[in-house]
Design a protein around this ligand. Structure first.
Ligand SMILES: CC(C)(COP(=O)(O)OP(=O)(O)OC[C@H]1O[C@@H](n2cnc3c(N)ncnc32)[C@H](O)[C@@H]1OP(=O)(O)O)[C@@H](O)C(=O)NCCC(=O)NCCS
Length: 164
């Protein structure tokens, strides 16, 4: 197996993301935990294409052996709560691709792209009970910086990473 590759998501990837993430276990610690429908992922992909065009960074499709296994990348934290205006590193894989080091490898590649583009600081927002995701953040060298409460009432740990 070769390492994961990042590429800007294609319109077809919306179907793939929708299939991979149509899983309560994947969505458990994301927002209200709701599984999202295909039009949601079509919009998400379109926003990433626009972001990539404007900044060179986005939530990229993670490709392993020619197959999309999820996403990882950098996007603006645009919610009105938490570190509004910060750039967030994010990652989400289909359940069958967990436990192989793929999320950390893909996220590390995305952080490298951010560094190349002169980004000086990244955050990651992780539900306080999402141990697998917090472990990814720590493996990237991120450290806890603030504890927030989401509008749903969930405790969300902010991690920070200085690049340079
Ligand atoms: C968060 C998420 C991406 C983490 O995935 P993951 O596969 O656990 O993370 P990594 O890529 O770092 O892989 C680490 C695991 O792979 C194992 N592994 C196996 N082979 C490996 C290898 N060659 N190299 C590195 N790790 C390897 C590690 O031992 C570790 O397993 P462990 O947790 O049982 O100790 C995944 O749980 C997920 O998609 N969750 C749902 C979405 C989500 O919550 N996203 C984050 C929102 S903040």
């Amino acid at each position: 197996m070769t390492g994961p590759r990042l590429r800007v998501p294609t319109a077809a990837d919306a179907d793939r993301w929708s299939e991979l993430f149509d899983d309560a276990a994947v969505m458990r610690f994301i927002g209200s935990g709701e599984v999202r429908d295909r039009p949601y992922y079509a919009g998400l992909v379109q926003r990433q294409q626009e972001l990539a065009g404007a900044t060179g960074l986005c939530l990229f499709s993670v490709v392993v052996d020619g197959e999309v296994v999820g996403f990882a990348g950098i996007h603006p934290w645009s919610h009105p709560w938490g570190p509004t205006g910060s750039l967030e590193a994010g990652w989400r894989l289909g359940r069958r691709f967990w436990g192989r080091g793929l999320a950390t490898a893909a996220a590390r590649a995305a952080v490298g792209l951010a560094r190349e583009r002169g980004v000086d600081r990244l955050v990651s927002m992780v539900h306080a009970e999402n141990a697998a995701s917090a472990a990814v953040a720590r493996r990237l060298g991120m450290t806890p910086s603030a504890l927030h409460r989401s509008p749903d009432g969930a405790p969300v740990q902010e991690f920070g990473l200085l690049l340079g």
